[in-house]
Ligand binder design. Sequence first.
Ligand code: SAH
Ligand code: SF4
Length: 432
Amino acid sequence: MPEERCLVICKSTTDMLRADREMRRRGFAFRAVPVPGELGSVCATALEIAAAEAAAVEELLKESKVGVISIAPAPRTRLAELMQKLDGKRISLRFGQIMEKLQEGVALDREDVLDLLRVEDGSDGEALFQAGDLMRKRTVGDTVDVRACLEFSNYCRKNCLYCGLRRDNKGLARYRMTEEEIMAVAVKVHKAGIRTLILQSGEDPYYTEADICRILREIKQRTGMRITLSIGERTKEEYAAFRAAGANNYLLKIETVNKKLYSYLHPGDRWEDRAKHTGWLKELGYVTGTGNIVGLPGQTIEDLADDICYFRESGVHMLGIGPFIPAPDTPLAVYPPGSALMTWKVIAVARLAIRNVYIPSTTALATLDREAQKKGLAVGANTVMIIVTPEEYRDIYRIYPNKMAVDLNWTLEMIGELQRKQPVGIKTTGCV
Ligand code: SAH
Ligand code: SF4
């Protein structure tokens, strides 16, 4: 029997960070995980502990005057109706066994994850997608979260082998948006009723800590939107300063957990450092995102299973899962793209294994095929990022070619076709 776990849910993010510090100091084993949707709280992060230590932790937090809402057993999401839904489908014995585990709310192990990724594109495949969709509905509901992504600079000091923005790609025209240009977009996005703005760029040290902090403060002051940063690796001190200036979320993908593949793809970089950065972001109270690229040259299905297990272990709130798209003028230009089918499977299995997490149906998936993005939402994903980068820069933010211009109108159409809900407050007049 797996060990019973409890969740400590605090009154605020500050309380959660204090609980984190106190528990660390006293040597309690715990990890920070997203608060399950059904428990909903002000702070998006809970601390997961062994049930056997619940009383001792409660005592400690009381002594330290940490505001706690509850310390209670982690809910097991049971998919009670799952087998009934799959009744009449010709599913294999092994697939049925895994579905029974889900029905009972039992966590999947690595072998289950791997076997699910191996299902063929037949009855088991369709059933997997249905199960992923059902788990999405039970854990994060029917609303498709729409976030806006502003790609404000395509300069990059890194040389990731797969990416069109890598520094050795000398043929690419480069741009940097001014603070005024960034603000103009932020205000427009806010007017459209969107609640989260993602600021994304290459790793561009031109924008200093002070610059980013100023931009964050001004966006917060003028719009009050939640802000996600996706600007690559910075120092721990910079992450702390950005957080204090108003950044809520940080997206930094691990890309692959295969360490050998990681160092081949990221010249001069170590996997352990990347993982350490995610740890820092969580420690600083960010709602943190990670993710991978599906179909990287040399990547195996075992690697993908390990990616999913790592995602679960790291206890993040958001997973960016997108197919590899070969970019011209990069060392990987001649390799074939990742498949939409495998990307859907990774989304569905991640949803089943991790449950309570935001999973976008990515722009990379839309770039393979528009319908592929819609299907991503139908197999476990619950978020879409629309691109709000000004027209004149859009084409040269060329991480990969022919990047799909996912816009608000198309996204709302997709949500309607899937009979899902759009976020409250979105204006349908196509302001962005
Ligand atoms: N520089 C920042 C953010 C911009 S890159 C960073 O690297 O974190 C955002 C994401 O684009 C990366 O995390 C990577 O997963 C994805 N990406 C880059 N090149 C890609 C390609 N050729 N195919 C698919 N995804 C790619
Ligand atoms: Fe730069 Fe990010 Fe592209 Fe790597 S993936 S080259 S860090 S923009």
